[in-house]
Ligand binder design. Structure first.
Ligand code: SAM
Length: 210
């Protein structure tokens, strides 16, 4: 059995399941699998989903938090509304001060969990793509330092590259427990890796020295 065949088969499996179960994207399964392993999200939680379009992760988060919870989805792209009234959409660039204060304005309480599947649009130039990825990660952590409650959780997509160890090491000092995980639904050929932080210590984040 060739590797390409196996990869295609897996892609097709998650694509078909997403269609059957009415998920907006195959990516939904990544959050389902991450949450199954790390118990990140619970009933009633307040969640911020960074890089949320088309909404596959928000959809999973809405189910997990139930009616008492809140999910705030942020993306450059428009996110189609959900029937649930506890979903708040913000369209814009979360690396800007404007959108970061808009996120803050939508929540009275601190956030229980930050989830980020954000990825920059690729230029094809490796160094630039890696730096853009690190810039997103840096901003996810900036938002965490303003919004994430003490002992809160975080999951963020990253890509393994030259600056990845630097990012991972810095995040390790921010949470009691930090793990990396690649769910089965993530393609083996992709360099994507998920960084999971449990029990936030709420320290002030200083920018990554890239
Ligand atoms: C892989 S997709 C997310 C898929 C989503 N988790 C789902 O399940 O449907 C990555 C998203 O990150 C968004 N993104 C990238 N950079 C962003 C930024 N600076 N601000 C807001 N969204 C951003 C992109 O627009 C894209 O929709």
């Amino acid at each position: 059995m060739s590797k390409t065949w196996q990869v295609e088969k897996k892609k097709e499996h998650y694509y078909k399941s997403a269609k059957k179960e009415n998920y907006r994207s195959r990516a939904s399964y990544k959050l389902i699998q991450l949450n199954k392993k790390f118990k990140l999200i619970k009933d009633g939680d307040h969640i911020v989903d960074l890089g949320a379009a088309p909404g596959g992760w928000s959809q999973v988060a809405l189910k997990l938090v139930g009616e008492k919870g809140i999910v705030i989805g942020v993306d450059l792209q428009r996110i189609k509304p959900f029937n649930e009234t506890n979903f708040i959409r913000i369209q814009g660039d979360f690396t800007t001060a404007k959108i970061q204060s808009e996120i803050l304005s939508k929540t009275n309480n601190k956030i229980d969990v930050i989830i980020s599947d954000a990825a920059p649009s690729l230029t094809g130039i490796k160094d630039i793509d890696q730096l853009n990825t690190m810039d997103l990660a840096n901003n996810v952590m900036k938002i965490a330092s303003n919004l994430l409650k003490n002992k809160g959780n975080l999951v963020m997509k990253s890509f393994q590259g030259p600056q990845y160890p630097l990012l991972l090491n810095k995040i390790k000092s921010e949470f009691k427990v930090v793990k990396t995980y690649k769910p089965d639904s993530s393609r083996n050929s992709s360099a994507e890796m998920f960084i999971v932080g449990l029990n936030y210590k709420n320290k002030k984040w200083t920018d990554l020295d890239l």
